[in-house]
Structures are given as C-alpha cells and as structure tokens.
Design a protein around this ligand. Structure first.
Ligand SMILES: [Zn+2]
Length: 380
C-alpha cells in the first residue's frame, strides 16, 4: 500500500515522511482512531515507505521488490498480530499466523478500511469476539530473534492491541521495554483508552483524525462517478469515517435506507403526537430486527437528527439531505433545537452502546423510544 492509496490524512502522511527524512524513526508507533479514518492503511503505507529502495515524490515506488512483497502483505520481514478465536475446523489454540490468508484477503479487498465486526465476519466467528493471546507475544519474540531477511527493518503490525488480555499485554510490554535493533512496532488501536497506560507510555501515539468531508466527496465523485449532491450528502453523513460512509452508501443503494427512513419517520410521528401504545409496538418491532440492522438504524437516526437541527437553526446551505429525507426533516425541524438536540444524540449514542454490548434489545428500544418521545414533546 502506498500513501497515495490512503484516503486524505495529508497531515499525518507529511509528519511520517518528515520523521523518515530526519532519521527520527520511533521504534514503536501507535496509530489511534476509528478504523474508518484509515489507521491501518496509514501503518501499512508507512511500513512500505520505510522499506522501499526507491522512494520518490514523498511516496514508496510501488514497484521495487520490497514494495511488491509489502503490497501483497507477503514480505518476510513484515509480521502481523490481530484478534482471532477458535473457528469450526480450525486449531484449538489459534494464532494470527493461522489466519494470514483471510487477513490478506480482508486488507486487500477493502484497502485496509474494515473494522472489528467486518473482520470477525471474515473469520466466520458468529457472535464471538476475537482476542490476542499471550502466545502471540512469545511468537513475536521468537520471530524477532532471527535476523531480518531482506529489509532494513523488521516490522510488527499489531492491529487492535486493546484485544490483548493482561498476560498478553505484559508479554508485549516486555518487548516494547527493550527495543530490538532495527525493529519497528506499529500498533493500530481503535480504543486506546482500553490499553494499559504502561503500553501507551512506551509508544509514540499518532491520533488519526476523521477524514475531511471534502476529500470524501471528491473521491465519491471522481473515483466512483457518484452524482455530486448524493456524494456531498454521504461524505458529510459519514462523519469522516470511510467505513461508515460505505455502509450508508450500501444501505442507500440496497433500499435499506428506505426502511431506516420509515422507522425514523414513524418514531418521530408517534413521538410528537405522544402515541404511547404505538411507541411500544415500534420498540417491539425494532427489537425483533438483527443487531447489525439495529445499529445501522441508530447511526442513521443520529445523522437525521443532526441534519434536522441544522435545518432548524436556519443552516439549510450546510444541510446536504436530498429527496424524501430532506422533505421530512424540513417539516420536522421545528421539533429539534438547542433545548433537546444534545440529549437526543446522547440517547442514540447510549442505545448504540448498549446494543453493541449485547444489551437486551427490547429493553433498550423501549427505553429509547420513550426517552426520545419525551424530548421531542418538550418544546423550548
Ligand atoms: Zn519501492
């Protein structure tokens, strides 16, 4: 992967190039931020850049033997650690190396823009989480004790180090404490707050910000040939997260967004008419849907509430809704304002969190519907 393949993030790329040019290559870096901001693609592009034998124009060449192996994730000095778990027919004590083919396929088919859920889907873990076991740390030590095969640096990419248990974390800590010569650790974390402070203190953290909406919009129009108004809307609704934006685009194309819209519109109608019974059956219906669909709805509802707020604040020109959604939000806008927008968004965030943590959907959606109804009913 080259820097050119990473969407936006010019500031981070510039900083990484500078550190190489000035010979300030930290032995352990941590790219932190949501997966959809491009944390993993940045780490991979950086590893390729460092090892490229013909860097020019601020990027790796993409064609030297090192770049070719790096871009296929097949370089002998490039190692990966990521969360795994036991799968049907797989080893009893699974290691990252057992799943390298799936890993390569996931990285290459998405350009590195995938999150934890997508990865578990690729592994075929149904409702199971992955984790990083202590034996992975031992394996890293074993691999690092060999001399580098071909390149200047041996690189270990640890994706989602927050999935390590205490033992594994202590194992990794031991490695980070005594830097190995010409070895580079690239940690890619979506939730760095879950890491041991002792680990965070031993890495140089690069906080990867959301991708600029303008960059995403240009990409959708120029690369995907999307109609400009729709591109502008999706780029903004994605909130700088390429994965979320792709999900929204998919749901628009498959008609799922129509279902989300219907569900959102009925929740709001029942809410401002204070239809208690209908709200309860609405919640029951939502509870019967799959967990991913429920999460998608809650993200969609957050975006719709924010857009309605923009309209109510008279900021039509920065609201990018189109079609039926725009018509609905124009009518609905007077019900959203400074007096309730923050708490409405909080209700969505907290419902999303509870659903993600396997909370009982019936309880979550009943509480959610009634709270939203109260907030919508209350005028400023
Ligand atoms: Zn190269």
């Amino acid at each position: 992967m080259r820097f050119a393949d990473v969407i936006g993030q010019e500031d981070v790329k510039r900083m990484l190039r500078c550190s190489v040019a000035e010979g300030r290559v930290a032995h352990a870096l941590m790219f932190s931020g949501r997966c959809g901001t491009g944390t993993l693609p940045l780490a991979l592009a950086y590893a390729q850049y460092l090892n490229c034998t013909d860097r020019h124009d601020g990027d790796s060449c993409g064609v030297c033997p090192s770049c070719v192996q790096m871009s296929k994730l097949m370089h002998p000095d490039l190692h990966f650690v990521f969360p795994v778990n036991t799968v049907k027919g797989g080893p009893q004590k699974p290691m990252s190396d057992n799943f390298l083919p799936q890993w390569r396929e996931e990285v290459l088919s998405t350009g590195g823009y995938f999150d934890e859920q997508m990865w578990y889907g690729q592994l075929g873990l149904d409702n199971q989480q992955g984790l990083i076991a202590k034996r992975e740390a031992d394996e890293v030590i074993r691999k690092l004790s060999f001399k580098a095969f071909e390149s200047q640096y041996k690189t270990v990419v640890i994706w989602l180090p927050e999935k390590m248990g205490v033992e594994a974390a202590n194992g990794l800590l031991k490695i980070l404490e005594e830097p190995w010569e010409k070895t580079l650790f690239l940690l890619v974390s979506a939730t760095p707050t879950l890491l041991l402070p002792t680990i965070v203190s031993r890495v140089q953290e690069i906080e990867v910000p959301p991708v600029y909406a303008g960059v995403l919009e240009r990409m959708l129009v120029e690369r995907d040939g999307m109609e400009p108004r729709k591109a502008a809307a999706l780029a903004r609704l994605g909130e700088g997260d390429v994965i979320e934006m792709n999900r929204m685009a998919e749901s628009v194309d498959s008609g799922e967004a129509g279902v989300d819209f219907e569900n959102f519109a009925s929740l709001m109608r029942f809410s401002y008419n204070d239809r208690h019974m209908e709200l309860l059956s609405w919640a029951e219906n939502m509870a019967s849907l799959g967990r991913e669909t429920q999460k998608r709805f809650l993200r969609y509802a957050t975006a719709m509430l924010r857009e309605s707020y923009m309209l109510s604040a008279g900021l039509e020109n920065i609201s990018y809704l189109w079609g039926q959604e725009r018509n609905f939000c124009m009518k609905f806008a007077p019900f959203v304002g400074n007096w309730n927008i923050e708490r409405l968004v909080e209700e969505n965030t907290s419902a999303l969190l509870h659903i993600s943590q396997n909370g009982n959907p019936k309880i979550v959606f009943t509480h959610y519907a009634l709270s939203v109804s109260k907030l919508i009913g209350r005028r400023g």
